[in-house]
Design a protein around this ligand. Structure first.
Ligand SMILES: OC[C@H]1O[C@H](O[C@H]2[C@H](O)[C@@H](O)[C@H](O)O[C@@H]2CO)[C@H](O)[C@@H](O)[C@@H]1O
Length: 345
C-alpha cells in the first residue's frame, strides 16, 4: 500500500495538493484538496496500463470552469432546497440560493468550493486520506458551525469507501452530503455498453425547476425501471436522459447494493452501497460547449458521456415528510458511508 502527495497547482490563491492512494493490486485512487474532489479511480488493464473509471479533469481549474460539480464533495446539503427555505427547531431559515431562487448542492458556499486540510493513514489492508474543515455559518449561510471530516479509503478488495462526518457542538443544522462522482467504465464516449441495476421501486416527481413535488411515482413500465440489469443508453434514449431521484428500497449498508453499473465489453463492474434513502442519477443530458475532460484528449465532452450516481438522503428532505433525516442536532455526530467496489468480471 502506498501514499503519494504532490502540489499540483495554485488555484485562485489555494495551494492544491493531489494525494494518491495505491493498493496491493495496482488499483489506485487520487483526490484533490480543492473540493475534497475524487480525481481518479484507476484500475489495471490487460495491457499493463490503467483505466480511469471516473470523469476527470487534468487541472483543479478544470473542475470549476463548468457546473458539473464533477466528482466533488457536496455539502452541507446535496440536491435542491426549495426557495432555500426550511424550518428547523421551530425557526424559519433562508439560506443563500444559487439556481432559480433555489439552493443547489449546498449553495454558493458549498463544500466543493473549500480547499480542505488533510492527513493520511494506512493499515495492513487499506490506505486513507482524511480531509477536515470547520464549516461555518458565516461562510455558507446555513445555521450553526460544525467540524466536517471526509475520509476516502482504498482497500485491497478494490473498494473505495467515502465517509462523511459532522460533529456539531453548537446549534441544530442540516447535513446531507454526497460525492458527485461521474462514471464511464468503458473506453467509449457514450454509455452504450453499460448495464445498470438500481434497487428502487419508486422515483420522485419533480417540477419544472427539478424540485420534488412530494409525489412518489412507481417505476413499473417506465424507463425508470432498473430493478433488473438494463441497458443504460437505451433507457437514456427513451427518457431523453435522467436528472432524477430514485427512492432506495430499504436503505442499509449491510443489505443490498443501491446500484450496480457494469460495462459489458470490458467486464468492469462497480457496486455502490450507502445508508441513504435516495440515489440521484444525472446523465448530463445537456452540457455546455468546451468542457475538456481528461479522457477526451482535447475534444469537447459530449452529452451522456458519463453518469453521476449520487447516494444521499432524498432531495429537499427537510421540506418533505418521509424523505429521510437530514437534521444534525446540537452535540450530535453523524457519519454516512458510500462505497464503490470494483470487480473485473
Ligand atoms: O450545468 C450542468 C447542469 O447543472 C444542473 O445539473 C445538476 C442536476 O440538476 C442535479 O440533479 C445533479 O445532482 O447535479 C447536476 C450538476 O450540478 C442543471 O440542472 C442542468 O440543467 C445543467 O445541465
Amino acid at each position: 500500500m502506498d501514499i503519494f502527495r504532490s502540489v499540483i497547482e495554485n488555484f485562485e490563491g489555494h495551494v492544491v495538493t493531489k494525494i494518491r492512494l495505491v493498493n496491493d493490486n495496482g488499483t489506485e485512487i487520487s483526490c484533490l484538496t480543492m473540493g475534497a474532489t475524487w480525481n481518479e479511480f484507476l484500475v489495471p488493464t490487460e495491457d499493463g496500463g490503467h483505466h480511469n473509471l471516473l470523469l476527470s479533469f487534468d487541472t483543479a481549474k478544470g473542475y470549476y470552469d463548468n457546473s458539473l460539480c464533477c466528482c466533488q464533495s457536496i455539502g452541507r446539503v446535496a440536491g435542491r432546497i426549495k426557495n432555500g427555505q426550511f424550518t428547523l427547531d421551530g425557526k424559519q431559515y433562508q439560506v443563500p440560493t444559487n439556481e432559480n431562487g433555489n439552493t443547489l448542492h449546498g449553495g454558493p458556499g458549498s463544500y466543493r468550493f473549500l480547499n480542505w486540510g488533510y492527513t493520511t493513514s494506512r493499515s495492513a489492508n487499506s490506505v486513507s486520506v482524511i480531509f477536515q474543515k470547520h464549516i461555518k455559518e458565516s461562510r455558507d449561510g446555513f445555521p450553526g458551525n460544525y467540524l466536517a471530516t471526509i475520509i476516502y479509503t482504498l482497500d485491497n478488495a478494490n473498494r473505495v469507501t467515502i465517509s462523511y462526518s459532522a460533529l456539531n457542538r453548537e446549534s441544530e443544522t442540516l447535513f446531507n452530503p454526497t460525492c458527485h462522482a461521474y462514471f464511464n467504465l468503458s473506453d467509449k464516449r457514450d454509455l452504450s455498453s453499460h448495464s445498470l441495476m438500481i434497487n428502487s421501486n419508486e422515483y420522485l416527481q419533480l417540477d419544472d425547476e427539478l424540485i420534488p413535488t412530494g409525489r412518489v411515482l412507481q417505476v413499473d413500465e417506465t424507463p425508470y425501471d432498473f430493478r433488473k440489469f438494463t441497458n443504460l443508453q437505451q433507457s437514456i434514449d427513451a427518457n431523453e436522459g435522467f436528472d432524477d431521484a430514485f427512492v432506495v428500497n430499504g436503505p442499509g449498508m449491510a443489505t443490498k447494493p443501491v446500484a450496480v453499473l457494469r460495462d459489458n465489453e470490458s467486464g468492469r463492474q462497480l457496486t455502490l452501497k450507502s445508508e441513504g434513502t435516495g440515489l440521484v442519477m444525472y446523465t448530463m443530458p445537456e452540457i455546455d460547449d468546451g468542457i475538456k475532460l481528461s479522457r477526451d484528449h482535447g475534444l469537447d465532452a459530449v452529452p451522456c458521456e458519463g453518469v453521476a450516481l449520487e447516494a444521499q438522503q432524498l432531495p429537499d428532505a427537510i421540506n418533505n415528510e418521509n424523505f429521510g433525516d437530514v437534521v444534525l442536532k446540537k452535540n450530535e455526530k453523524k457519519t454516512y458511508h458510500i462505497t464503490f467496489e470494483f470487480e473485473q468480471k
